[in-house]
Design a protein around this ligand. Structure first.
Ligand code: NAD
Ligand code: UDP
Length: 357
């Protein structure tokens, strides 16, 4: 009974204005879907660095949804009230966050500072999408929230790992100094439909390679492990955390504790796609964590949350998404050329016109 009461929103969803930064990205767009379906008014903020308007296209004409193209490294002015801020804006895939490492660090620190200032100004509750990278290449297994981590502060992953650590520090200081209501979710590897084809993360890479019949690129021996959470489970965890009692700040691990090797992921994807792709071993990137698995005891006891979708079902849905996407883009390429660019420009123009002042 106590747990049920804890999860009940303090304001009716119908009256809540929720800001989702990074809302046009992979996880953010699923979160926007769920929030709109649940009766919230959602303002999605994104600079489209790794996100895409395609991910939110079905929401664009919804009266409870607004898109603002904006970079959170700049202060954001929003008219009217905001009750909740989900801060997801940040590239998440190693090749993308390393493409502009200084930009990534600025998003993690300046961007988070701007969003915390907004939360302070509006009296809003704010949730940070933190990460298992906080633990670096962990020496403790599985990883509990009390583990302080093993991060290389000067390596190529540091822009993200140390940036996200600084973001957590800022969150807790805004709570202590300004009384801002904070929530920190440490998200472990999440996968599902709407990952980008060229995202660079393991699940999307392997599925695209398998469907195209290209070699599967295994970095290192493939014996390193990850624990993969399906995006619907993750979104449920994020919403439960946001609507948990004020005393629950986190950090709370959100992830699926079933651990698999990278080679095992490749084999499962090959089996499900009936692909003839071969395995190709490439060098392991620097500082690539060897093992990763969340302890989710805290999420279960505080939020009553645990993942429900098993890996094979999640992979099936993700493979279905990519098969459709690759098949339709191949079909488009072979069809007579249509006037695509003007259509895209019109769509973007109407988006900008729809954005609030
Ligand atoms: P994603 O790259 O698909 O989404 C990130 C979104 O943020 C994109 O739409 C991008 O355009 C936007 N963005 C980036 N920098 C921005 C900026 N400065 N201003 C405004 N928008 C900006 O990644 P994702 O997998 O959906 O990850 C979402 C969040 O969850 C990230 O903060 C990431 O660190 C965190 N996370 C994800 C995972 C995972 O496995 N997917 C794991 C741990 C943490
Ligand atoms: N990986 C791989 N081949 C790829 C992409 C990734 O073997 O084409 C490995 C990568 O080295 C890491 C694991 O898969 O050990 C997960 O990588 P991802 O980039 O998905 O996430 P992260 O390293 O951030 O956990």
């Amino acid at each position: 009974m106590l747990r049920k009461l804890r999860h009940e929103p303090t304001v009716s969803p119908m009256r809540m204005n929720v800001l989702v930064t990074g809302g046009a990205g992979f996880i953010g767009s699923h979160l926007c879907d769920r929030l709109v379906q649940s009766g919230y008014h959602v303002v999605c903020v994104d600079n489209l660095y790794t996100g895409s308007v395609e991910n939110i296209r079905p929401l664009l004409n919804h009266p409870a949804f607004t898109f603002i193209e904006h970079d959170i490294r700049e202060p954001l002015e929003i008219a009217g009230s905001v009750q909740r801020i989900f801060n997801l804006a940040c590239p998440a895939s190693p090749p993308h966050y390393q493409r502009d490492p200084i930009g990534t660090m600025r998003t993690c620190v300046l961007g988070v500072y701007n969003m915390l200032e907004l939360a302070k100004e509006k009296g809003a509750r704010i949730l940070q999408a933190s990460t298992s990278e906080i633990y670096g290449d962990p020496e403790v297994h599985p990883q509990r929230e009390s583990y302080v981590g093993h991060v290389n502060a000067t390596g190529p992953r540091a822009c993200y790992d140390e940036g996200k650590r600084a973001a957590e520090a800022l969150f807790f200081d805004y709570q202590r100094v300004h009384g801002v209501q904070i929530k920190v979710a440490r998200i472990f590897n999440t996968y599902g439909p709407r990952m980008m084809e060229n995202d660079g993360r393991v699940v999307s890479n392997f599925i695209v390679q398998a469907l195209r019949g290209d070699a599967i690129t295994i970095y290192g021996e493939g014996s390193q492990t990850r624990s993969f959470c399906y995006v619907d489970d993750l979104v449920e965890g994020l919403i439960r955390l946001m609507e948990s009692g004020r005393e629950i700040t986190g950090p709370i691990n959100l992830g699926n504790p079933i651990e698999v090797t990278v080679e095992e992921i490749a084999r499962r994807i090959l089996a499900q796609t009936h692909s003839q792709s071969t395995l190709r071993h490439l060098p392991l990137p620097q500082d690539d964590p060897k093992r990763r698995k969340p302890s989710i005891e805290r999420a279960f006891s505080a939020l009553g949350w645990k993942p429900r979708v098993d890996l094979d079902h999640g992979l099936k849905a993700t493979i279905g998404y990519f098969a459709l996407k690759l098949f339709s883009s191949d079909a488009e390429r072979s069809a007579p050329r249509r006037a695509k660019a003007p259509q895209r420009a019109t769509a973007l123009r109407s988006l900008q016109q729809g954005a609030p002042a």
